[in-house]
Write a protein that binds this ligand. Structure first.
Ligand SMILES: [Ca+2]
Ligand SMILES: [Ca+2]
Length: 425
């Protein structure tokens, strides 16, 4: 009895393996076709990954069908051909083909339920795999699109900055610059791919360059630290003496001063004075006494009083070769900057210069000479100019909620050649 049960079990096991091999084969081939069709809906970049899955499924399906043919169909076929009863069965078949006898009822084979469970599990696994590949491909595509959009925005901002540099070069009058120049207007454009750009050009020669403190003034010329002191006083910063001396020691070439390297070498971590002009605003805040809050913009007022100026509106840091003083453009400088250079008590003179430039741009520095004492003119004239050399260019590009921002200091020489003197980050 147990022998019979064992035989039945082996028979059912063989039947299950046979059904499983065949079902898996066809199922994998069907999934391969389905996945391949799904891949046609993807972008070309992510299609190859999905088609690889399709190829693996096709390979699994074909392998199963080959195994099914080799291990089940072929033995059946050979057994049938080699059987001694084959002729007899053929004869019976021919005899019965025309017989009116009813055919024996075909009893359907009972399939093992485990086959269905295995097929469903494989189907779920393949579906999860396809979904995972799709999600990964979409995430990769999204990252590629973001990088591409960012690159487009940077290109658009760079092109806008180049356009501003071209406008500077196209200035029809290079000998003097006023506040009403074509290059000074804010430029807003929209490019064909839908990218908005805004570019502004700021005349940096309207501010006093703090790097002028690196250079010792010639005989009879106003020292730059006195101008710096005037400007800080105008900003309400009256205790600025030590800070200005610290700045001077930081950028002057020598090591002779009370704010040279020994102050910074005792800090943690230690550092030393570079003994060269500042290369950026950020460096300024490494200097003894200089803090970012000193550069906070004060509330704008239509007419502000004495000592109410804002430091960012008065000073700058220019990337120039400081073998000379970098002058301020008297056509574009603010009243505060002019007072800082000419003297805080020179209200009348500054008003006269502002009246003069309001009628038309001042075309030569000598034109203001007639407004002041010869001694004062000799004292301050190295700090005065009527044309500008340095410009801050800020270009922004926007599209679909993303933005790119480019800032640079451009230099324009007397012949109108414009170069980027410094990228700002
Ligand atoms: Ca001009
Ligand atoms: Ca020094």
């Amino acid at each position: 009895m147990s022998h019979k049960k064992s035989r039945i079990f082996r028979h059912r096991f063989a039947q299950s393996v046979r059904a499983l091999t065949q079902t898996l084969g066809w199922l994998a081939l069907g999934m391969a076709v389905l996945v391949w069709l799904l891949s046609l809906r993807q972008q070309a970049g992510s299609r190859a990954n999905i088609q690889n899955i399709s190829g693996i499924l096709a390979l699994v399906g074909t392998g199963n069908l080959v195994l099914f043919a080799l291990f089940f169909r072929l033995p059946d076929f050979l057994a049938a051909r080699s059987s001694p009863s084959r002729q007899r069965r053929d004869a019976i078949y021919k005899h019965n083909r025309n017989s009116t006898r009813p055919r024996p009822e075909v009893v359907p084979q009972r399939n093992d339920g485990s086959v269905l469970v295995v097929v469903l599990a494989v189907l779920a696994a393949v579906t999860a795999l396809v979904l995972q590949v799709q999600l990964t491909s979409r995430a990769r595509l999204h990252a590629q699109q973001s990088a591409s959009r960012r690159a487009s925005l940077v290109r658009a901002a760079t092109d806008a900055a180049r356009t501003a540099m071209q406008r500077l070069a196209d200035d029809p009058e290079l000998m003097f610059d006023s506040r009403d120049e074509d290059w000074a207007r804010r430029d807003e454009t929209r490019s064909p791919p839908g990218i908005d750009t805004i570019v502004t050009v700021t005349d940096e020669n309207r501010f006093f360059d703090l790097n002028n403190l690196a250079r010792r003034a010639d005989m009879g010329v106003l020292p730059a630290d006195e101008i710096a002191m005037n400007l800080l006083n105008e900003c309400g910063q009256f205790d600025a003496g030590d800070r200005i001396r610290a700045l001077q020691d930081w950028i002057d070439a020598d090591n002779n001063g009370v704010h040279e390297s020994e102050i910074y070498l005792s800090r943690d971590p230690p550092y030393a004075c570079p003994n060269r002009p500042l290369i950026s605003w950020n460096e300024l805040f490494d200097i003894d006494g200089w803090k970012r809050e000193q550069f906070a913009l004060r509330p704008p007022a239509s007419v502000h009083g004495t000592f109410e100026a804002s430091l960012p509106d008065c000073v700058t840091v220019l990337p120039a070769k400081h073998d000379r003083l970098i002058p301020v453009n008297i056509n574009t400088a603010s009243r505060d900057v002019l007072l800082g250079i000419l003297g805080i008590d020179q209200d009348v003179l500054v008003n006269a210069i502002i009246s003069m430039r309001t009628m038309r741009p001042i075309q030569t520095v000598d034109a203001v000479q007639q407004l002041m004492e010869p001694a004062l003119f000799a004292h301050v004239s190295p700090y005065l100019a009527v044309r500008s050399e340095f410009f801050r260019i800020e270009a922004r590009a926007f599209a679909e909620g993303a933005a790119a921002h480019i800032r640079a200091i451009a230099h324009r020489d007397a012949e109108g050649r414009v170069d980027v003197a410094q990228w700002m980050f």
